[in-house]
Design a protein around this ligand. Sequence first.
Ligand code: HEM
Ligand code: HEM
Length: 231
Amino acid sequence: MSEFKRVYRMNGLLRFNHWAMFVAFIACAVTGFYIAHPFLVFETGEVIDSYVMGYVRLIHYLGAIVLDVILIIWIYLFFFGRHPYFKFIFPLRERGKEALQMLKHYFTLDMKDRPESDEDRMDALNAWGIFLFIIVFKALMLITGFAMLSPQINAENTAIPGGQYVFYYTGQIAYIIFGNLVNIRIAHHLIAWLMIFFVIIHIYIEIWREVFWKEGDISIVFSGHKFLKKK
Ligand code: HEM
Ligand code: HEM
């Protein structure tokens, strides 16, 4: 029988972040596709009284706020946290090799191909994927979302003093990258699909590890701990 060592991998803040992100992401995905293709019609008098799109947009924005706050927490943790996951993409070359090795392991299913793991950090392939998802995709969703919103925001209808400038200048970054509002909307859709793709692979991989590694990997997001096989 193998012996196991219990290791601490995710602190309370990270676990809270993870599940807040889970809820906010699903809320944004569902409401986002409704905004793109509205289908509900309530025949309760004036269309404006049912206000469906208004509530759907509100949920999209609340979800977006949660995702953006988590992004800021992550950037803070990158500099000051003890377990900032995406720091594990450094040093780039070494971690790149480790990530390729992990990819090989997923294809060969051979335990001999599994890279040596350091007990208190995430593997490099996961770290690369999460770096993309947390920082790059979320930041792109933020700027493309703000760019879509900024034509509707002016000094009279924003509750935040100077709010119109926040949307305008953040949105301008999206114009620099994508050119015009049509491309910006397409980019928001495209990244939405890339994120959905990431989440499906992420959940599949976590279940795969649970089954094949037999080290209780899924527990990381609940208790913060997993069990490492002693060599
Ligand atoms: C919308 C759904 C999800 C998203 C966006 C997501 C995203 C993430 C991210 C960004 C991380 C890195 C740590 C962090 O910042 O929180 C992570 C870690 C993790 N997630 Fe998820 N996740 C989702 C759903 C799930 C589900 C349903 C499970 C359980 C099967 C799960 C299991 C894990 C585990 C075990 C880790 C830690 C991996 C490690 O440290 O090696 N996730 N997830
Ligand atoms: C960083 C977070 C996000 C921000 C700031 C944001 C912002 C926005 C804004 C302002 C709109 C335009 C809504 C309108 O015209 O009323 C929008 C639309 C949309 N969002 Fe997001 N969003 C975010 C995250 C997401 C995520 C995570 C998804 C899906 C996975 C998503 C999918 C969509 C879709 C499909 C649309 C419809 C675009 C259209 O066809 O017009 N968004 N978002």
